[in-house]
Design a binder for this molecule. Structure first.
Ligand SMILES: [Zn+2]
Length: 253
C-alpha cells in the first residue's frame, strides 16, 4: 500500500523526470482510455502536488488525479528501457523528453478541470497532509477531538478526512514510537498523546522519504520479540475495514 511517504518520493521522481516538458500521452490499457487521459497529450506539465496518498499533475486548466491504492505504482523509465510490468497493464504513459512515467493499476486515474479540484467531493474532504511543510498539528489534534471518540486510535489514524497520508504501516509504527496502545478509544487518548503519535507518524514518514524507502520497521510485519522490551509483538485486524495493526502489548499501554 502506498502511504504518504511513498507518494512524496514518487512526486519527486516524477517531477525530476517530467516537469516543464511537453508530455506525450499513451494509454496501453483501456482503463486509461476510459479516463480520457489522451486529452492531456501535447500539454506542458507545470508541476506535481502530493496530498496524502493522492497525486495531482498540473496541466494548466486540466489536472490528472492519481491514487495508487493497494497495488498501483508509478514507475519512471529511461526511454527504451525494459519495463518491470507488461505494457498492456499500463494505465497511462506520460512521455517526457528522455524518460517515461508509467502508472500501473490503482483505484483512481482521472482528468478534471483545475477549477474543480477545490470542490471535488473526493479531494475536498481530505484532511491536512501529514507531510505538508506547513502542517498545523493543533488543527489536526482538534479534528481528531471532533471525531467520534468511541473510535479506536489505530482506526482513526487511517481516516483520511482527519489527516491524509497515514496508512497501515505508519499507523502501527507511530503508535509504537509514541508508546501508545492503538486499541484505546480516542476518549482515552490525551491531546498530548495524540500530538506525540501524529508527530511520530510525520517524523518517521519524512525519514522514510529521505532514506529512499529503505526504512526498517519496529513492529509492522515484525517477526520475533519486541526490539525494545523483548515482549511479544502482536497483530490483529482493526476497525470496520479490518486493517491489520501491529503493536507490542508490553511497551504500548
Ligand atoms: Zn515492547
Amino acid at each position: 500500500m502506498a502511504e504518504g511517504d511513498t507518494i512524496l518520493r514518487a512526486k519527486h521522481r516524477l517531477a525530476d523526470a517530467l516537469v516543464g516538458q511537453s508530455i506525450a500521452v499513451a494509454t496501453p490499457n483501456p482503463r486509461g482510455r476510459a479516463a480520457g487521459v489522451e486529452r492531456l497529450d501535447g500539454r506542458t506539465l507545470e508541476g506535481i502536488d502530493a496530498h496524502g496518498k493522492h497525486l495531482l499533475f498540473d496541466f494548466g486548466d486540466l489536472v490528472l488525479h492519481s491514487h495508487l491504492g493497494m497495488s498501483g505504482g508509478w514507475h519512471v523509465y529511461p526511454r527504451a528501457a525494459r519495463w518491470r510490468r507488461p505494457r498492456s497493464s499500463a494505465w497511462v504513459v506520460l512521455g517526457g523528453e528522455r524518460q517515461d512515467a508509467v502508472q500501473f493499476g490503482g483505484p483512481t486515474l482521472r482528468v478534471l478541470p483545475a477549477s474543480r479540484v477545490a470542490i471535488d467531493p473526493q479531494l475536498a474532504r481530505l484532511g491536512p497532509d501529514i507531510l505538508a511543510p506547513d502542517l498545523d498539528l493543533d488543527a489536526v489534534v482538534a479534528s481528531f477531538r471532533a471525531a467520534d471518540q468511541s473510535r479506536t486510535l489505530g482506526d482513526a489514524l487511517l481516516d483520511q478526512r482527519l489527516t491524509a497520508g497515514i496508512g497501515n504501516i505508519f499507523k502501527s509504527e507511530a503508535c509504537f514510537g509514541a508508546r501508545v496502545d492503538p486499541w484505546r478509544p480516542l476518549s482515552q487518548v490525551t491531546d498530548e498523546e495524540l500530538r506525540t503519535v501524529l508527530d511520530q507518524a510525520r517524523a518517521q514518514m519524512l525519514n522514510a522519504v529521505k532514506a529512499g524507502g529503505r526504512h526498517r520497521f519496529a513492529v509492522y510485519k515484525h517477526r520475533g520479540p519486541c526490539g525494545r522490551c523483548r515482549g511479544p509483538v502482536r497483530h490483529r485486524g482493526q476497525g470496520d475495514a479490518n486493517r491489520t495493526t501491529w503493536w507490542c502489548e508490553r511497551c504500548q499501554v
